[in-house]
Write a protein that binds this ligand. Structure first.
Ligand SMILES: NC(=O)c1ccc[n+]([C@@H]2O[C@H](COP(=O)([O-])OP(=O)(O)OC[C@H]3O[C@@H](n4cnc5c(N)ncnc54)[C@H](OP(=O)(O)O)[C@@H]3O)[C@@H](O)[C@H]2O)c1
Length: 224
């Protein structure tokens, strides 16, 4: 039977490329987007699902649908994320609230009820960013985005401690990827979403150390 992976934010960018990669690797993929539509992806092993992480009702509905239809999953990839203050230099209230609602609060409160649906020896992968590393931060931009990824990393640590020996947990940096999370990435970033998805899959498929923060572009452990 195919292993089941749930990827949040699978309508475009890294999430879409990863959904395609995992379908090619014989996974059954549940992919989410806010309107429940994933264009250009039709596959017998793909199931699109509506999920808006900023909306508690949407989170509850998505969880109910997953538990009714699938009962169990093997891997949860918390990929959905936004960066409305990327490239800006002072925190602004709306962008700060939006960022934390999706990248932190929504991700945590979507993950919590999912845990009981994840099979033993399953996995939770949080798509974080090097920009959230406290140790390597020397810049002053993107306050909300950076802080949201630091907070997500702390959630990775907490889940690792809580789920020891049952579910493996990690944070992953997908590299600098040509997506529209910020328009300038399309021109400036180094990796295509497909290259990033290959690197992320290599990590998923490896016997990685539980609770690690992994730079999938450079294949090395990142400092928190
Ligand atoms: N691109 C990079 O260089 C880079 C670097 C480091 C880390 N990352 C991280 O990688 C992840 C994917 O980023 P990306 O670059 O692929 O971004 P992207 O192309 O903008 O895709 C973001 C995905 O998140 C979904 N999304 C947006 N708002 C949402 C919400 N409220 N609830 C649920 N889903 C929502 C979007 O779907 P809909 O809009 O269709 O709902 C979309 O599928 C993010 O966590 C990002 O922080 C990216």
């Amino acid at each position: 039977m195919n292993k089941v992976v749930l990827i949040t934010g699978a309508s475009k960018g890294i999430g879409l490329a990863l959904a395609k990669k995992m379908l090619n690797e014989d996974f059954f993929v549940i992919g989410t987007s806010r309107n429940g539509v994933i264009e250009n992806l039709q596959h017998k092993n793909f199931h699109p699902l509506e999920l808006d992480l900023s909306n508690p009702v949407s989170i509850k509905n998505a969880h109910q649908k997953i538990s009714k239809t699938f009962k169990h999953i093997d891997i949860l990839i918390n990929n959905a994320g936004i960066g409305p203050d990327l490239g800006t230099f002072h925190p602004e209230r709306d962008a700060f609230d939006q960022t934390f609602n999706v990248n932190v609060t929504g991700t945590v409160f979507f993950t919590e009820p999912m845990i009981e649906l994840i099979n033993e020896n399953g996995m939770i992968l949080n798509v974080s960013s090097k920009m959230g590393s406290l140790d390597v931060c020397e810049l002053t931009d993107s306050v909300a985005y950076r802080m949201s990824k630091s907070a997500l990393n702390m959630y990775t640590k907490i889940l690792t401690n809580r789920l020891k020996n049952k579910i493996k947990v990690a944070s992953i940096h997908p590299g600098w990827v040509k997506t529209t999370i910020i328009e300038s990435n399309i021109k400036n970033a180094r990796l295509s979403p497909e290259q990033s998805a290959e690197n992320i899959f290599k990590f998923i498929d490896s016997d990685f150390n539980n609770g690690v923060f992994w730079d999938s572009e450079n294949e090395k452990v990142l400092l928190w």
